[in-house]
Design a protein around this ligand. Structure first.
Ligand code: ADP
Ligand code: MG
Length: 568
């Protein structure tokens, strides 16, 4: 009898793993369940880092911010139907924010789903995902897995980055094929985000506009942070002498304490500038759409650097559109500046500096109060010092007043250290962002959370403890949404915006073996955060804030529709 060697086989599980690993994707943010439980196990067995969460939206938010921090698509892995839908919220949010991310969801049997015969977790996931992300693909055959993964990676990171959905039906994972053919099917994505060089004529047009400016301003957005062109951006700003205004997640590309930073003179520079150069920032609601009261009466010219051509003229006329990647565009401008440039009039730069110094001085005494219960300024004054002393720590921030006030008060010193609610101003990113920030960077993370915002992802403190991550969460506990003082005028139910008074979020952390601290003064708060950052132990500090402190909706109360009838 002759002995035949069994042909070596591979299967769908292993092809997914091999395809991701070949492309340098080694971290996966996951919630296990049918049909991807074994995939997660096998990934871990193959040396990938698989972080298992308690809810898919948080795993998805983690993947999204991993993409922002690394320029590689963050990968979230979920089960079908409800798990997929939970992850989809994060995928849509990633797309809105231009973060590269891939949501991989298992799905049910095509034949049954398409005939709507009622499969386990039946849902046409591909069709549902499509309008909410940048691209969506489904793989039906094991030999196509590598191409599917390659397309997903390229779609996520090339051009304007965004979210990609990859649908992998349950049956695919156990499909087998010859191992050698499987190896040959793998695709390494070459140059996934190719440089996009701006047209010289576009750069020239923009330089002409910039040179004619009397009161120029540069606005840096989170696209500029994402681009990792930090040295070139800094050189452009310093050599041109133009004041700059960082958007929230662009804080720290240059330090907020930089002499040219106009962060503390925001109202003035938006009103008074005659020429505004946007670098990786959109003229959306966060910049009042480039018009109206916030932008003053004086006519303005806009120069916009963006990789997405359709972004131009989205809200107002762009006098000089420059389409390309920020690294290439900023280098081109630097070259022009070095060829000849006159600094902006000192009347302008001095006025910006004077306003900024005035505002900083006005704020200073409020940040030093040691009142108990704390107000926002006292508590944030303490945290401001923490970040000043530990500039490489990552700050995650969400809430209403907790967000708006922290953004203004806590100075940032390094790029991509401030992660927050982004373009949608969405609550619920906190623990997902904090976990991925710790995993991807290895740096200590300080998450400053409103008590309401924290609730959206709070169960992930178990995940933080399980993986023993260096995350310190500070819950600004003022007993409610916006404030803790509302009353119900007509019944015994609590008012719609209040929580259980004097809750102890720190005790939750202790339940999972983490450190929990109750802090009632800024001094106590500072000591507790320092201890957490020094030890690297998962910590939650319940910061007791005056329930009457803060305002409705923080700084965006104007977005609340008003009832005419309510007004007397
Ligand atoms: P912010 O909210 O901070 O103003 P936005 O998210 O609104 O920032 O804008 C970011 C912009 O940056 C988007 O229009 C996006 O197309 C652009 N962008 C992202 N990455 C790059 C890049 N590498 N090169 C050029 N533009 C980029
Ligand atoms: Mg609150």
């Amino acid at each position: 009898t002759e002995v035949r060697a069994e042909p070596e086989l591979t299967d769908g599980f292993h092809l997914v793993i091999d395809a991701l690993k070949l492309n340098g994707i080694t971290n996966v943010y996951n919630v296990p369940g049918i049909p991807i439980t074994d995939l997660g196990r096998m990934m871990q067995a193959e040396g990938m880092r698989v972080i298992s969460f308690r809810h898919e939206q948080n795993a998805g938010n983690a993947a999204a911010i991993a993409g922002f921090l690394t320029q590689k698509p963050g990968v979230c892995l979920t089960v079908s139907a409800p798990g997929f839908l939970n992850g989809l919220t994060a995928l849509a949010n990633a797309t809105t924010n231009c973060f590269p991310m891939i949501l991989i969801s298992g799905s049910s049997e095509r034949e049954i789903v398409d005939l709507q015969q009622g499969d386990y977790e039946e849902m046409d996931q591909l069709a549902i995902a499509k309008p909410l992300c940048k691209a969506a693909f489904r793989v039906l055959h094991a030999q196509d897995i590598a191409i599917g993964v390659a397309r997903a990676i390229r779609a996520a990171v090339s051009g304007r980055p965004g979210g990609v959905y990859l649908d992998l039906p349950a049956k695919l994972f156990s499909q087998v094929m010859d191992a050698e053919a499987g190896r040959k099917s793998l695709v390494k994505v070459i140059d996934p985000a190719p440089a996009q060089i701006p047209a010289p004529s576009a750069v020239k047009r923009a330089m002409d506009v910039l040179k004619a400016a009397k009161r120029p301003l540069i606005i840096l957005g989170k696209g500029a942070a994402y681009a990792q062109a930090d040295d070139a951006i800094r050189a452009l700003i310093e050599k041109s002498g133009i004041p700059f205004l960082p958007m929230s997640m662009a804080k720290g590309i240059l330090p907020d304490t930089h002499p040219q930073c106009a962060g503390a003179a925001r109202s003035l520079v938006l009103k008074e500038a005659d020429t505004v150069m946007l670098i990786g920032a959109r003229l959306n609601w966060l910049l009042s759409h480039g018009k109206g009261k916030a932008w003053g009466e004086a006519p303005k010219k806009f120069i916009q650097i963006d990789i997405e051509p359709k972004e131009m003229d989205s809200n107002v006329e762009i006098a000089a559109p420059v389409v390309g990647d920020i690294g290439s565009c900023v280098s081109a401008f630097l070259g022009e500046i070095e060829r000849g440039w006159t600094a902006p009039p000192s009347a302008w730069t001095d006025a910006v500096k004077a306003k900024r110094d005035e505002n900083v001085a006005k704020m200073a005494p409020r940040l030093m109060n040691n009142r108990s219960p704390m107000d926002f300024h006292g508590a944030l004054g303490a945290l401001r010092t923490v970040i000043k002393e530990r500039p490489d720590a990552i700050l995650v921030n969400e809430g209403a007043n907790t967000l708006d006030l922290a953004r203004g008060i806590i100075d940032m010193y390094q790029p991509r250290k401030r992660l927050d609610v982004g373009t949608w101003g969405v609550m619920g990113i906190g623990m997902g962002f904090a976990i991925a920030a710790a995993i991807e960077t290895g740096k200590p993370v300080l998450a400053v959370e409103g008590d309401s915002a924290f609730g959206f992802s709070g169960m992930e403190i178990e995940t933080i403890c399980r993986y023993n991550l260096p995350v310190c969460i500070v819950v600004f506990n003022n007993n409610g949404i916006y404030r803790g003082t509302d009353t119900n005028p007509a019944g015994t139910d609590p008012a719609t915006t209040v929580f259980v008074a004097n809750s102890r979020y720190d005790v939750m952390m202790q339940a999972f073996g983490g450190v929990g601290v109750n802090a009632t003064t800024p001094d106590e708060l500072k000591r507790a955060v320092d201890a957490a950052m020094d030890s690297g132990k998962p910590t939650l500090i319940n910061a007791v804030i005056d329930p009457a402190a803060g305002s409705e909706s923080g700084r965006i109360g104007n977005l609340n529709p008003q009832s005419v009838l309510k007004k007397k």
